[in-house]
Write a protein that binds this ligand. Structure first.
Ligand SMILES: C[S@@+](CC[C@H](N)C(=O)[O-])C[C@H]1O[C@@H](n2cnc3c(N)ncnc32)[C@H](O)[C@@H]1O
Length: 276
């Protein structure tokens, strides 16, 4: 499969195969959750940081909300707050709406690009942008736009991952021979990661109040579990018959790499910032 050199910031991939439907994101999240052996739950960490930063916000937004796990958690934490859920993907926003209804909560669902937010995203006391800014080739522009929608003193919590996240999986895929170049490609998180996040936030005029860096460790016990994750990773250039087919990929990995389990790490960074 031929992929762009920076698949996580490629607009066509983001709107299509990555988030055009909920399946890939669900599979990737599920594979990583099952593999995690060390590291706090990200949604609970965001909720705790939010509560400490703002115990009673009137308007809360989840920017780049995906399947809405954080949205639902914040809606439960702040039962009287107006909730705004923003994402570019209509399919994912539909999932968020369903999940909120299941908790008897409602959100204003906004389909928008976070570089150009519409006027109905405004006067936010608290906003979260979790694991989405690395999809922007110019994250400082997205952050400037989001900061502009905060009230003065309003809080924005952002999360991202280290550029070297999951590199042991890259090594296993390269060693298997299925994609020998897997270790030489750029990080998926290259535009916004643990190493540059503070600088980018400052460039957008946001003041960092608190920072948390947590190391997460993942263990993929067998080729099947590794394939569940690897098939969702747009960085790999796999054989056509294994692309997006975890079972075929697992069989190919199993044949090539009897050396599972694979243990890998990712640093997850949380920054609590404020609009001056
Ligand atoms: C990895 S998911 C993260 C979802 C969620 N925040 C979470 O923590 O699980 C990234 C999300 O960012 C969204 N996204 C990517 N680029 C975007 C953009 N330019 N504007 C709005 N949403 C975007 C995608 O549609 C996807 O739902």
């Amino acid at each position: 499969m031929s992929t762009p050199s920076a698949p996580f910031t490629d607009p066509a991939l983001i709107r299509g195969p990555l988030y055009g439907s909920p399946e890939r994101l669900g599979q990737r999240t599920n594979a990583l959750h099952r593999a995690k052996i060390i590291g706090a739950d990200a949604t609970e960490t965001i909720a705790a940081l939010a509560m400490a930063a703002h115990p009673a916000p009137a308007r809360v937004a989840d920017i780049g909300c995906g399947r809405g796990t954080t949205t639902v958690r914040l809606a439960r934490q702040y039962p009287t707050a107006a909730i705004v859920a923003v994402d570019q993907s209509p399919a994912l926003l539909a999932v968020v709406g369903d999940r909120l209804r299941a908790h008897n909560r409602h959100a204003h669902l906004v389909q928008a690009d976070f570089h150009r937010l519409p006027d109905d995203v405004h006067d936010l006391d608290l906003a979260v942008a979790a694991f989405c800014l690395y999809h922007s080739p110019h994250p400082e522009q997205a952050l400037t736009e989001i900061a502009d929608r905060l009230v003065p003193g309003g809080v924005l919590i952002v999360t991202t991952k280290s550029a070297d996240s999951y590199r042991e999986v890259d090594a296993a895929i390269a060693a298997s021979g299925l994609d020998p170049q897997a270790t030489s490609r750029a990080s998926l998180y290259q535009s916004f990661h643990t190493g540059n996040a503070a600088t980018v936030l400052a460039a957008a005029g946001l003041v960092t109040r608190r920072r948390l860096d947590q190391q997460h460790t993942f263990r993929f016990p067998d080729a099947g579990h590794l394939a569940d994750y690897a098939a969702t990773n747009p960085k790999y250039q796999l054989l056509p018959e294994t692309t997006n087919e975890p079972a075929a990929l697992a069989a190919a990995l199993h044949a090539c790499t009897p050396s599972t389990p694979v243990t890998t790490t990712s640093t997850v960074t949380y920054l609590v910032t404020a609009r001056p």
